[in-house]
Design a protein around this ligand. Structure first.
Ligand code: 1GP
Length: 236
C-alpha cells in the first residue's frame, strides 16, 4: 500500500492557499527560479505544480530538479501524458479526466504511467479531473478532445465529482482551463465541495486575490494559479 504522506500534509493538514503552476513550455527556467525566490516568501503558496498541455521541452528532469533545489515547498507533477513525468518531483497527480468521454484520458495514459510509478515509488495522488466551461476553448479542451461541463450546471459537476469519490479518488480538481476567461463559478465550487468528503482544488482563470479568497471561502482546499504568475500579475 502506497503511503500518502504529501497528500495528507498538503490536502488534509495544511491550511488552504495557492498552488503555483509552471508550464515548462511557457516559463523558462531562469524566469521560473526568479519567481520562485519571491513565491517562497509568500505563506499563501503551498506547493508548485509542473505541467503542460503539450510539453515541447525535452529536459523536463532538469527543470524539475532546479525547482526542487530552490524551494522547500512540495513540487508535484501535473502531467497531461505519460511522457511528462519526473523522478525529481515529490509526487504526481495521477489524473483521470472524468468529465470527458475519451477513454485515452480516462484510463489509457494512466496505464502507461504505471511502470514509472512502480519503478520510482513516487507518490501518485489519484485525482478526478473535471473540466468546466471557462468561456473559451482552452488548450486542455482542444487537446483532450472532450467537452467541458456547462458552467451553469453545478449539480452535474458535483455528481461527476461524487462519482470520482465513489471510485476512490483522493482529490477532485475542478478545471476551467489555463487562461480561461472565467474561473469555475463559486456556486459550482460550493456545491461540489459540500457534496464530497474528499478535498477539492480549483484552477483556471484566477487573476485576483479576492477571487482566490472567494474560491477558498466556497470550499476549495487550494487554488491553482498559472497564467497570472507567468504574466507577473499576481504574487511576483
Ligand atoms: C491550469 O488550472 C491551471 O491547469 C491554471 O490555470 O493558467 O488560468 O491560472 P491559469
Amino acid at each position: 500500500m502506497q503511503q500518502k504522506k504529501l497528500y495528507d500534509s498538503l490536502f488534509k493538514k495544511e491550511e488552504s492557499g495557492v498552488i503555483i503552476l509552471f508550464d515548462p513550455d511557457r516559463s523558462y527556467i531562469d524566469d521560473t527560479l526568479r519567481k520562485i525566490e519571491k513565491l517562497n516568501k509568500n505563506t499563501m503558496v503551498k506547493a508548485y505544480f509542473v505541467g503542460s498541455s503539450f510539453q515541447i521541452l525535452s529536459s523536463l528532469d532538469e527543470y524539475v530538479k532546479k525547482i526542487k533545489e530552490n524551494t522547500d515547498r512540495p513540487v508535484i507533477m501535473f502531467p497531461s501524458s505519460h511522457s511528462q513525468l519526473s523522478k525529481y518531483a515529490d509526487a504526481m497527480l495521477y489524473m483521470s479526466l472524468i468529465s470527458g468521454r475519451n477513454p485515452h484520458l480516462l484510463i489509457g495514459e494512466q496505464l502507461k504511467m504505471v511502470p514509472f510509478i512502480v519503478e520510482t515509488g513516487i507518490e501518485a495522488i489519484s485525482t478526478g479531473y473535471i473540466l468546466v466551461d471557462g468561456g473559451k476553448i482552452t488548450s486542455v479542451e482542444f487537446m483532450s478532445n472532450t467537452k467541458p461541463i456547462p458552467r451553469d450546471k453545478a449539480e452535474l459537476v458535483a455528481y461527476h465529482a461524487k462519482a470520482g469519490e465513489l471510485f476512490g479518488f483522493d482529490l477532485i480538481y475542478l478545471e476551467a482551463g489555463s487562461g480561461a476567461l472565467y474561473h469555475v463559478p463559486f456556486d459550482v465550487i460550493k456545491k461540489t465541495s459540500e457534496f464530497l468528503d474528499i478535498p477539492v482544488i480549483v484552477g483556471g482563470g484566477f487573476t485576483s486575490l479576492s477571487d482566490i479568497e472567494n474560491a477558498i471561502g466556497s470550499g476549495a482546499k487550494h487554488v491553482v494559479v498559472g497564467t497570472a504568475v507567468e504574466k507577473n500579475k499576481l504574487f511576483v
